[in-house]
Design a protein around this ligand. Sequence first.
Ligand code: BLA
Length: 509
Amino acid sequence: SGTHEPVDLTNCDREPIHQLGSVQPFGFLLAVSSDWIVMRASANLAEFLGVTEANAIGRPVISLITPEALHAIRNKLTTLRGSDVVERIFGIALMPDQNRFDLAVHLNGGQVIIEGERCQEDRHDAASLSMRSMMSRLDHTETLEAFFREGARQARALTGFDRVMVYRFDESGSGEVVAEAARAGIGSFLGLHYPASDIPVQARALYLRNLFRIIADVDAVPVPILPQLDEHGQPLDLSMSVLRSVSPIHIEYLKNMGVGASLSISIVVDGKLWGLFACHHYGPRLPSAQSRSTAELFGQMFASRLESRERRLALDYETKARRIADRLLTSVADNASLLDDPAWLIEALADAIPADGIGVWINGRLALAGIGPDERGFSALVRHLNRNAAGRIYAVDRLAETYPDLEVDDAVAGMLAIPISRSPRDYVVLFRQELVRTVRWAGDPHKPVEYGPNGPRLTPRKSFEAWSELVRGRSLPFTDAERRVAETIRVTLIEVVLRLTDEVSMARQ
Ligand code: BLA
């Protein structure tokens, strides 16, 4: 609709993607008042119902469809009291002697939104895959990685898309491809990272409400919904629509990736958008409404399995970490000189708090293994720590930004400091390297960048560069669980170090 400012790469977050005023052409849309008068219709109505939108608008819906069809829709409505619920009716005849349709029905601002598409015989028979056996396969995977991989495989079996990725968001909204199932010969996106801006905030908010997003054909011409504006001057809110058309920016992104159809299924864990099944097809693709519905259900089951797995893993981690901390402390209590051996310490902590370097600073002496500042840098770091983190666990994932005057190698980006004496002087400090150094490049970095109408930004390669810029100087953050483990280690190491320094001063007397 012409009422909005033009969208470019700088104002993506403000594009009203739920109000673009058009649908994808694979189906029709009717907005019907509570007394069943057609208020709006998509401009392709005649293709499906043999009546033009101009002839339909203002008429009772019963002049377009049979009483039986209307009755079926009304029945569904009784279950639609909650908002954000979409009901489906498969294989229903809307007119006598006519092809069958699949319908999606939902309520919006007192109106009934009816979306229909031709019922297709599915070559890819999703219904024959039993949800129970799929869940059982998922449950039999050992590791989280295997669980994701199995999830990707099953989502691919359900949708028939060329590439299915499990895409996980981090706290900042950037994402990583953590699993992939793909047709042979199309390369791999596994392990790649993308910036938060590739999926703008309003799109994420929408995917939390509406868990299934199909873009069936990137070359499809959107069909306007008429009239565009209602008597209040408002475009139709398509948040819960199945057919909602797509932002031209995102279409360009998909085309630049060579993608013909895209599908995403939300993965919602603990009420938050954990990630997406992101699916690409290298040509147009529209799974049947029934298959899509099954895939959506699969996404929900997968997410609930993931939720309980994450809880269990968190518990397992705490148990394991406590054991590691105990073992570490017994060893150090038996043989305090182990604290002079940072290589031993980093190894002992590896499973509890993974790091790329460790420094042990006791009585002004540094023992360092792996990456970390040298003696001078470390003593400057310790002065900072004494000032602003005395006696407490302190973690940052952007060291250079936190302490601009600190002279440390660019590779060192993350730090977790564990004070180990009562007077804030002695520390065990874990270091993590810059994240961009640990990941693969998206696309071929030597390939020339291609320009589209919106510039070179919307390509996987540029997208990865944008992400790299964003995380420059940052490490993988230390998690809350890791900090809790560090706290356990702090409390007990204090006792050990205290005894040590007592012994030293006794010997001196
Ligand atoms: C939506 N962007 C999306 C979606 C994905 C991505 C998965 C969901 C819709 C879909 O299934 O296609 C991004 N796709 C990815 C990523 C991978 C992938 C990261 O396969 C990694 C493998 N996009 C941009 C920029 C803007 C933008 C700069 O890169 C805005 C300026 C916009 N992305 C954008 C919009 C949507 C979107 C508007 C919403 C599309 C919609 O649902 O209408």
